[in-house]
Design a protein around this ligand. Structure first.
Ligand code: BES
Ligand code: MN
Ligand code: ZN
Length: 493
C-alpha cells in the first residue's frame, strides 16, 4: 500500500479525483465557506451525522465533489485512540466497496499522533495474508493520500516515520504468519540476507558448526531434536558514526514450539508457529530502518530453531553449558525460549552495546498477567524502561513494566547446575525474565514478553506485527538529531 502526504483543504479535497473521499470530522469542527463544510454542517444540524468516533454517513455523486463516493467519519475529540477506532471501522467499508484509491482529509488541523493513528489503522485493517494461498487475493486498497491543510515539519516527520513503521509491521506479520514449514530457520536466514541488501545494512548467518564453535551449548540443546538445522542471524544497520555504540535487538526465533519432550497438548498447538514473533519483529524493525534510514546503529540477533521431540532431543534433567559458562539444568524442555536467548545475550556483549532489548513470545504466564493489550516489559535500567514505555505510548503499541526483585530468582535454584530453566508456575513471566537477566550483566538490558501481543487467536487468527512500532519509535528517540531537525530547532529559537 502506498501512502502520500498531500496539502489539501476541504475545498481543494472536494475537487481531487479518487474512488472514495474520507472526511474526518471532530467535534471541534467549524465549517468554512466551501461546499463540503456546508454539507457537513447541514448533516450535523439534521442529526444525520454525528462526530462521535466511528459514526459515519456515506454519500454518492455529491455536486461539486470529484470523488464519486464520500464517507463522512466522526473522530470524536480527534485523539489518536478515537482516530484509530474510527479508521478501523472505515476500513470495513473500504473493503466491502473494494476501494483501491482513497483520499483521507482532516477537516481540522491534525496532531502528528492522530495522523499516525489513521495510517496505522488503515494499514492494519486492510492487510491480507496470501503467501500460502493457491489463489492469492491481494489487498485492494493500493493508494492512500492523507490530506492536511498545513503539512508542518512535525507532520512530515511523523508521516515518514509511520510509513517506515508500517513497512516493518507488515514484514513482521508476513513472516510470523507463515506456517513453520514455510518459515524454517533457513528461510529466516535468507529473508535477513535479502533485507541486508539495503543501504547501511549487512548480515551474517551462522549455522550449526559456527554456533558450536562459539560454545552456544544452551541454544544447541534446543535445536538438537529437529532435523531442521539451526541458524544464528546477525543483522547490522549502521546509520550513525562507527564509534557510536549500537542498540542490540535479540528476537526469539523458535519457528515451531512443540514443547519438545515436555510436549504441549494438541489443542491450538498450530499457534506455536508464531513462536518466532520476536524474530519477526526484529526483521520488521530492520525493514523499517531500511526505509527510514535514521541516524542510529542497530544490531539484530536472531537465534532460530525448532523445538521438537525426538530420539536425540534434549531431555528433562539434562544439564547443558551455555556460552557464558553457566550450566543450566533443563527441567522442562518447553521453557526453550530462554535457552536460545541466553546464548544470544552473551553473544551481544561483543558489541559493547548502549542497550540490549530482547523480544520473545516467552511465557503463557505473561498472557495471563497482561492479556493481549500490553506487552510485558522488564528492565535492569530505569532510563531504558522509561524510554520503552514512552515509545510504546507514542507508537500506540503499549507495554507495562514488571518487577525483577532478586527474591524471584530463588525459584530457579538447581541441585545439579548453576541454574534451572524453570521455577514454579507462580510469577512465571518474572522467573523467566530473572533467568535471562543472569546473562545480561555487561550492559543495560530490557526484555519484552510478547506472548500475549504478537498474535491473535480465534477467527481473526494472525500476527499483529507487534512490537515493531514500539521498537522503531524507541530507536528513533535514540537517533542523533538529523540536520533537518537541528535546523527546525534553530529556527524555533
Ligand atoms: N512459546 C511458549 C510461550 C507461550 C505459550 C506463548 C502460550 C504464547 C502462548 C514458551 O516456549 C513456553 O512454552 N513457555 C512455557 C514455560 C513453562 C514451561 C515454564 C509456558 O509458558 O507454559
Ligand atoms: Mn515452549
Ligand atoms: Zn516457545
Amino acid at each position: 500500500m502506498n501512502f502520500e502526504l498531500k496539502t489539501l483543504s476541504l475545498a481543494t479535497a472536494a475537487t481531487t479525483k479518487t474512488d472514495t473521499l474520507i472526511v474526518l470530522i471532530s467535534n471541534q469542527f467549524k465549517p468554512g465557506k466551501d461546499s463540503l463544510s456546508a454539507l457537513i454542517a447541514k448533516a450535523i444540524g439534521a442529526k444525520d451525522l454525528s462526530t462521535k468516533a466511528g459514526q459515519s454517513l456515506q454519500a454518492y455523486a455529491l455536486p461539486g465533489v470529484s470523488a464519486s463516493k464520500v464517507l463522512f467519519l466522526g473522530i470524536g475529540d480527534g485523539q489518536p485512540s478515537d482516530v484509530k477506532a474510527a479508521m478501523g471501522s472505515a476500513t470495513a467499508t473500504l473493503k466491502a466497496a473494494k476501494v483501491a484509491k482513497t483520499v483521507v482529509v482532516f477537516a481540522e488541523p491534525v496532531q502528528p499522533q492522530s495522523l499516525k493513528a489513521a495510517m496505522l489503522a488503515l494499514a492494519d485493517g486492510t492487510y491480507v495474508y496470501s503467501a500460502t494461498k493457491s489463489k492469492p487475493v491481494p489487498r485492494v486498497l493500493a493508494q492512500v493520500q492523507l490530506a492536511v491543510a498545513q503539512p508542518t515539519a512535525e507532520l512530515k516527520a511523523a508521516f515518514a516515520a509511520c510509513t517506515a513503521m508500517i513497512h516493518g509491521i507488515e514484514f513482521a506479520k508476513e513472516w510470523a504468519n507463515r506456517p513453520a514449514n514455510h518459515a524454517t530457520p533457513t528461510h529466516l536466514g535468507k529473508a535477513a540476507q535479502a533485507l541486508a541488501k539495503s543501504a547501511g545494512m549487512s548480515c551474517e548467518v551462522l549455522g550449526p558448526k559456527e554456533v558450536a564453535k562459539l560454545g552456544m551449548g544452551s541454544f544447541m540443546s534446543v535445536a538438537q531434536g529437529s532435523s531442521e538445522p539451526l541458524r544464528f542471524i546477525v543483522l547490522k544497520y549502521q546509520g550513525a558514526s562507527k564509534a557510536d555504540a549500537p542498540i542490540v535487538l535479540v528476537g526469539k526465533g523458535i519457528t515451531f514450539d512443540t514443547g519438545g519432550i515436555s510436549i504441549k497438548p494438541a489443542p491450538e498447538m498450530d499457534e506455536m508457529k508464531f513462536d518466532m514473533g520476536g524474530a519477526a519483529s526484529v526483521l520488521g524493525v530492520f525493514k523499517s530502518l531500511s526505509v527510514l534510514q535514521p541516524a542510529v546503529n542497530v544490531m539484530g540477533l536472531i537465534p532460530a530453531c525448532e523445538n521438537m521431540p525426538d530420539g536425540l532431543a534434549v531431555k528433562p534433567g539434562d544439564v547443558v553449558t551455555s556460552m557464558s559458562g553457566q550450566t543450566i539444568e533443563i527441567l522442562n524442555t518447553d521453557a526453550e525460549g530462554r535457552l536460545i536467548l541466553c546464548d544470544a545475550l552473551t553473544y551481544a556483549e561483543r558489541f559493547k552495546p548502549r542497550a540490549v532489548i530482547d523480544i520473545a513470545t516467552l511465557t503463557g504466564a505473561c498472557v495471563i498477567a497482561l492479556g493481549a493489550i500490553r506487552s510485558g516489559m522488564f528492565a535492569s535500567d530505569d532510563a531504558l524502561a522509561n524510554g520503552l514505555h514512552l515509545a510504546g505510548q507514542d507508537a500506540m503499541d503499549l507495554c507495562w513494566r514488571m518487577p525483577l526483585d532478586e527474591d524471584y530468582a530463588d525459584a530457579l535454584k538447581s541441585n545439579f547446575a548453576d541454574v534451572a530453566n524453570v521455577g514454579g508456575r507462580a510469577g512465571g513471566a518474572i522467573t523467566a525474565a530473572k533467568f535471562l537477566q543472569r546473562f545480561t550483566q555487561k550492559y543495560p538490558w530490557a526484555h519484552l514478553d510478547i506472548a500475549g501481543t504478537a498474535w491473535k487467536g480465534g477467527a481473526a487468527k494472525g500476527a499483529t506485527g507487534r512490537p515493531v512500532a514500539l521498537l522503531l519509535q524507541y530507536l528513533i528517540s535514540q537517533a542523533a538529531p538529523t540536520k533537518a531537525k537541528a535546523r527546525s530547532k534553530a529556527s524555533a529559537k
